[in-house]
Write a protein that binds this ligand. Structure first.
Ligand code: 3PG
Ligand code: CO
Length: 541
């Protein structure tokens, strides 16, 4: 490879593009991908592992996600991710000693209500059921008399209709606790995560609806229990995915909401991941909030599982400190004087900025870093618009490459992931084809500019659009644990190097993974690889 200093080197993330079985569930194999096929056969390539230990997640089978994927790519090493750190802190009890949790406990010690808000599943992408259970058990042990759970229903990081399983687990805990004199624990409200609260596109109407339900107990849909609500909506639409369930509140016999928030209550957001937790956090935390009319806002103490926005230090009370990346890739190359861009559409903007940066959202040096956001389609299901903004992103990328100004660029194509999350095979195929075409345009421009790119994915999704069930199969809306492709496109490739292949005998650190990309990029750019990074994947005979 020639020294490509001053030539553009890109990291192109085809979000949710895994290597599947090639069978009937594999939208990527079924799609027509002439660009990918040509690159895979013509350039050095390998398979990367993006799940479990390869990205610092607690369990071997934990699927990767865009947060952990981008954080690992940017860090260039495997770091303990949020859920791993939380689990360790729970195990060694330091979790309970945090001053934020102690403040929350003090607030509710005299009989006010502790509200837990968050995604009720064990997907381990945004939250984990065990963290709800841990907080509930701890509150009980501490003598907190009244607790309410406002549950966002998943069906996106777990099976499509699994909400009742998680609800029942907490109902069992509540039944046990409520068997003790004076304790009153239960659910207060619920709804699909795509319908309320967990927005990441500043569609405030979704957050407002959740706010009115949780805080004011206002909602047309009112049910005596979570299961009654879920069953009601399933009867009306048997194939409804949990993420799309309408919002509802739980009421008593007099139709009064069981879990309105009032002065002196405390609220804990149980989600550890920030991109979909920050909007509701703004509504709880900001004095000058103008996303929607909050009505009479009670005087509440609000805490988050982790930091959701480091630049603004939101929320103020955090049960766990942030996952620290001391020297993210973007900062390292800034110090080398390399001008860089980040480019994607809204849905993945936090990923190419603050996740890849390991914390900071805004450029450290605006003259050297351009963060370009193409607004995502709003108010449509991505299964109805599977092209998303791939063409616009490609067009912009070509412009940036042709400008000759940039030494590095990070691009994310959201299609295979976002459409994969809808569970519709035909749409997923279209999504994949849109990405293939867009990558083709970028590669062409790179060829002209003598540049290079790592073309890869942060985790799989669209290659696994169906999962087996006891009776057959059902749509899969979640990520997979399949490896992802990694191609080193190099306009000057002469066959003199290869990329390291996975070897089952290797330790996790040596298996090609997202943590090796930063070093590989340094080598592609013609710079010495910093010693502390996981090594480059480039192998020369
Ligand atoms: C989501 O937030 O859409 C999913 O839970 C995870 O998807 P991502 O990790 O690809 O953003
Ligand atoms: Co995803």
């Amino acid at each position: 490879m020639t020294n490509t200093v001053n030539k553009p080197v890109l990291l192109i993330v085809m979000d949710g593009w895994g290597i599947g079985s090639g069978g009937h569930e594999d939208a990527i194999a079924q799609a027509n991908t002439p660009v990918f096929d040509r690159l895979w056969s013509g350039y050095a390539h390998t398979r990367l592992f993006t799940h479990g230990p390869y990205v610092g997640l607690p369990a071997a089978k934990d699927m990767g996600g865009s947060e952990v994927g981008h954080l690992t790519m940017g860090a260039g090493m495997i770091l303990d991710q949020g859920p791993t750190r939380i689990n360790k802190a729970i195990a060694d009890n330091s979790f309970f000693a945090s001053s934020a949790l102690q403040q929350v406990m003090e607030v509710v010690a005299n009989g006010t209500t502790l509200h837990l808000v968050g995604l009720l599943s064990d997907g381990n992408i945004h939250s984990h059921l065990n963290h709800f259970k841990t907080l509930i058990e701890y509150a009980f042990e501490q003598g907190v008399k009244r607790l309410r759970v406002h549950a966002l229903l998943d069906g996106r990081d777990v099976g499509i209709q699994t909400a009742q399983k998680y609800v029942c687990e907490l109902e069992e805990d509540f039944a046990y606790i409520n068997g003790n004199e004076g304790f009153d624990y239960g659910f207060a409200s619920g709804g699909g995560r795509e319908r309320i609260i967990m927005d990441r596109d500043y569609d405030w109407s979704k957050v407002e609806q959740g706010w009115n339900m949780m805080v004011h107990g206002q909602c047309e849909q009112r049910f005596p229990s979570m299961l009654a609500a879920i069953n009601h909506f399933r009867e009306r639409q048997p194939d409804i995915v949990d993420q799309d369930l309408p919002g509802f509140v739980i009421v008593d016999q007099d139709n009064q909401a069981l879990g309105k928030m009032t002065d002196g209550d405390a609220v804990v957001m149980v989600n550890f991941r920030g991109d979909r937790a920050v909007e509701i956090t703004e509504a709880f935390e900001l004095d000058d909030f103008d996303g929607f009319d909050r009505g009479d806002k009670p005087d509440l103490t609000y805490a988050g599982m982790m930091v959701y926005d480091e630049d603004r230090n939101l929320p103020k009370l955090q049960l766990m400190g942030p996952t620290k990346v001391d020297n993210p890739f973007g900062k390292r190359i800034l110090e080398l004087g390399i001008k860089q861009f980040r480019l994607t559409e809204t849905q993945k903007y936090p990923h190419v900025t603050f996740f890849f940066n390991g914390g900071y959202r805004q450029p450290l040096d605006e003259s050297m870093e351009d963060y370009i956001l193409i607004p995502s389609d709003k108010g449509v299901s991505f299964s109805d618009a599977p092209q998303m903004k791939a063409a616009e992103i490609a067009g912009k990328a070509v412009e940036l490459i042709e400008s000759g100004e940039y030494g590095f660029g990070l691009i994310n194509f959201a299609n295979a992931d976002m459409v994969g999350h809808c569970g519709n095979m035909a749409s997923a195929i279209e999504a994949v084809e849109a990405v293939d075409k867009a990558v083709g345009q970028i590669v062409e421009a790179l060829e002209q500019a003598g540049g290079a790119a790592l073309i890869t994915a942060d985790h799989g999704n669209a290659e696994e659009m169906l999962v087996a069930t006891k009776t057959g199969h059902e749509p899969s809306t979640k990520h997979s644990v399949n490896p992802v492709p990694c191609i080193l496109f190099d306009a000057a490739y002469d066959g003199s190097y290869q990329l390291r292949q996975p070897d089952a005998a290797d330790a996790a650190l040596a298996v090609p993974g997202l943590s090796h990309l930063a070093a590989t990029l340094f080598e592609m750019m013609g710079y010495a690889v910093p010693d502390d990074l996981n090594p480059s994947l480039i192998e020369r005979p």
